[in-house]
Design a protein around this ligand. Structure first.
Ligand code: BDR
Ligand code: CA
Length: 303
C-alpha cells in the first residue's frame, strides 16, 4: 500500500478524510502532523488524538506550527466550531501517540528512513510543509508527490479569489508550489462539487459507530449547509489518491499571489499558458459527482 503522511487541521471535513485514509488498506498512513488552521494548534492536535483513539488506530502524531509564516492565524471556527470538532463528545485521549518531535522533524525522519517514496497529503495550511522543504531540502528526492487540498482555479471561499488553506499562509503555499516537487492541487473546483445531502447524512448515521459520529459533526458543520449540501473538501484529496479516474486534471503552471490587497492568496492557475512557464502542478478542474458520492458512501460503509 502507498505510504503517506497527512498534514491536517481537524476540522470536520478533515476528520472524515482521516477516517477514510486510515481505514483504506491501499493507503499506509505513516504519520499525522497537525497544523494551525481551522482552529489553533492545541485544539487541532487534541482533535487528531481524539479521532485516532475513537477509531482505534495507532498512528504517531506530531504537532506542527502554531502560526502561519508571516501573518497571524485567522481561524475558521465559524465553520468548524470553536474547538474544531464540537459536535461530538469524545473521550479524553492519552498522549501515547504524540511524538516528542515536532511536525517538521518527524516528517524529515519518516521521509528519510522510508524505503519507498512518501506522498505528502496536506489538507490544511501549508506552513509545516514549507518549513520542511526549506529546512531539509534533501527530503525532496524521497517525496513521491504532494497531493494537497487547497486553492482554486476559479473563485475563493476565504476571499473573493482565495481558498482558506492557501489564504491562511500564502507564503508557505508559494514555497510549496515553487519547490520543484510534483504538486497536485485538489481545490475548490472539485471540493464544491462533493456535496452530501441530508438523506446521505442519515444513511451515514446508520452505517456504523463512526458514521454516527460523523453525522453529529455534520450537524454543526458550516462548510455548506446541512439542508442544501455539505462540502467534503478534504476527502477529495484522499479520493484523488485512491480513484484519480474520477477527476479531470490539467498539468499547468500555478503561481501564488503574495501581494497585499484583493487577490492575496489567490492560486493563479495559468490555464491558457499566458506566462509560458513550465508546468509545476497538476490541477483538478472537475470531478464526476456521481462516482464521488458512490465512492464516499462506500468508504464510510466499510469502517
Ligand atoms: C479547506 O478549509 C478548511 O476549512 C477545510 O478543512 C478545508 O481543508 C477548504 O477550503
Ligand atoms: Ca482542512
Amino acid at each position: 500500500s502507498r505510504p503517506i503522511i497527512i498534514d491536517t487541521d481537524p476540522g470536520i471535513d478533515d476528520a472524515v478524510a482521516l477516517a477514510i485514509a486510515l481505514f483504506n488498506k491501499e493507503l499506509d498512513v505513516r504519520l499525522i502532523t497537525t497544523i494551525a488552521g481551522n482552529v489553533g494548534i492545541d485544539s487541532v492536535t487534541k482533535n487528531a488524538l481524539q479521532l485516532l483513539n475513537f477509531f482505534g488506530k495507532k498512528v504517531p502524531v506530531a504537532m506542527g506550527a502554531a502560526e502561519p509564516l508571516v501573518e497571524k492565524l485567522v481561524d475558521a471556527s465559524d465553520v468548524h466550531g470553536s474547538s474544531g470538532l464540537g459536535g461530538y463528545e469524545f473521550e479524553e485521549p492519552t498522549k501515547e501517540l504524540l511524538l516528542e518531535d515536532g511536525a517538521v522533524n518527524a516528517m524529515y525522519k519518516e521521509i528519510m528512513s522510508s524505503k519507498e517514496k512518501i506522498t505528502l497529503v496536506p489538507i490544511g495550511p501549508l506552513t509545516n510543509i514549507a518549513l520542511l522543504l526549506k529546512m531539509y531540502p534533501e527530503v525532496k528526492s524521497n517525496i513521491q508527490e504532494i497531493v494537497l487540498m487547497g486553492g482554486s482555479a476559479s473563485r475563493g471561499n476565504k476571499g473573493v479569489m482565495s481558498e482558506f488553506n492557501i489564504a491562511t499562509d500564502p507564503e508557505a503555499a508559494f514555497i510549496v508550489f515553487n519547490s520543484d516537487v510534483d504538486v497536485v492541487m485538489v481545490g475548490l473546483d472539485v471540493g464544491w462539487k462533493t456535496l452530501i445531502y441530508p438523506e446521505d447524512s442519515k444513511n451515514i448515521k446508520n452505517m456504523n459507530k463512526i458514521g454516527d459520529m460523523i453525522y453529529h459533526l455534520f450537524k454543526t458543520y458550516r462548510g455548506g449547509s446541512f439542508n442544501t449540501g455539505l462540502k467534503m473538501y478534504d476527502s477529495c484529496a484522499i479520493a484523488y489518491l485512491l480513484k484519480p479516474e474520477m477527476f479531470e486534471v490539467v498539468e499547468t503552471y500555478t503561481q501564488i499571489e503574495l501581494a497585499s490587497g484583493l487577490t492575496r492568496g489567490c492560486t493563479v492557475v495559468d490555464l491558457k499558458g499566458y506566462l509560458k512557464r513550465k508546468p509545476n502542478s497538476k490541477v483538478c478542474l472537475d470531478i464526476n459527482q456521481d462516482m464521488f458520492k458512490e465512492w464516499f458512501m462506500n468508504e464510510i460503509s466499510r469502517f
